[in-house]
Design a protein around this ligand. Structure first.
Ligand code: TMP
Ligand code: ASP
Length: 253
């Protein structure tokens, strides 16, 4: 069998050429990185969990009319997605202060924000994904004003959807990051939610205890990342407990 072509390898995923033109296979690795890959580890089962969780969120978004790149999950670690041209921005939506916002503005983590705040970072690992404004985005031609109106609308719809889904299972959506891609259909382009939506790219806190159920567990050494992601998956009914554990054959007496 011919080996499929690798298109791109990132920190947490690999993209392969898909079976048909305009499609891509997105493979979720177990690699975890933080602080622009200064901190690294391999967390067994993380890729399987994120593949499932991203499928769950993207399918939900598709179902309520928020377009995404997601087509279908192929297996434990792979999903088929539409090929798109990624706008080089990390679109961050925040409902509560945390992380870099708390640091930058001196606001205590967990403080409710007066309204959702949307921020943009320029996707460039060498520069450490610096924050930019719409002025930079327009001046450097990364996206048009029309694109940015659509990006903002998409980001806020994703926020409403994710906040509701998480609230229903006792989890507070503190903030998250999405990426947006352009899909071409004839002469037209459409913007879609791309990349992944998973606990790697969200801050999720248990509503009662405040326990972190996201990548901060890894960033801040707060315990088992797999346990945290499994708990999110369990509450959402996405996969049974221990489904990521590889079971060895056992002897039956
Ligand atoms: P921040 O507080 O570190 O700026 O992160 C805001 C949100 O964006 C948080 O949910 C984590 C997510 N995020 C990513 O998905 N990738 C990144 O590279 C960074 C820095 C944050
Ligand atoms: N994704 C970034 C990295 O891999 C940073 C982060 O998520 O904290 O380094």
């Amino acid at each position: 069998m011919a080996r499929r072509k690798k298109i791109y390898e990132g920190k947490a995923k690999i993209l392969y050429e898909g079976p048909e033109p305009g499609t891509i296979v997105q493979y979720f690795k177990d690699d975890a990185t933080a602080f622009n890959a200064q901190k690294k580890d391999v967390i067994e089962g993380k890729g399987v969990l994120n593949n499932r969780l991203s499928e769950f969120f993207m399918t939900g978004l598709n179902n309520i009319g928020v377009p995404t790149h997601f087509i279908k999950r192929l297996n434990m670690r792979e999903q088929l997605v539409r090929a798109c041209e990624i706008i080089p921005l990390e679109v961050i939506v925040r409902n509560y202060a945390a992380g870099s916002l708390s640091k930058r503005l001196g606001i205590e983590e967990g403080t409710a924000l007066p309204r959702p705040i949307v921020e943009y970072c320029y996707k460039d690992d060498k520069l450490g994904d610096p924050m930019v404004t719409e002025e930079h985005i327009a001046a450097f031609g990364w996206a048009s004003q029309q694109d940015m109106d659509d990006v903002l609308a998409l980001a806020l719809r994703v926020n409403d959807f994710l906040s509701g889904v998480m609230m229903a299972v006792g989890i507070k959506l503190v903030d998250f990051k999405i990426e947006i891609g352009r899909v071409y259909e004839g002469d037209f382009q459409r913007l879609v939610v791309a990349d992944e939506i998973s606990p790697d790219s969200c801050r999720l806190w248990d509503m009662e205890t405040g326990q972190h159920l996201d990548k901060d567990v890894f960033r801040r050494d707060l315990g088992s990342l797999t346990d945290a992601y499994t708990e999110v998956a369990r509450r959402l009914g996405v996969m049974p407990k221990n489904a990521t554990q590889i079971t060895k054959p056992t002897l039956i007496n």
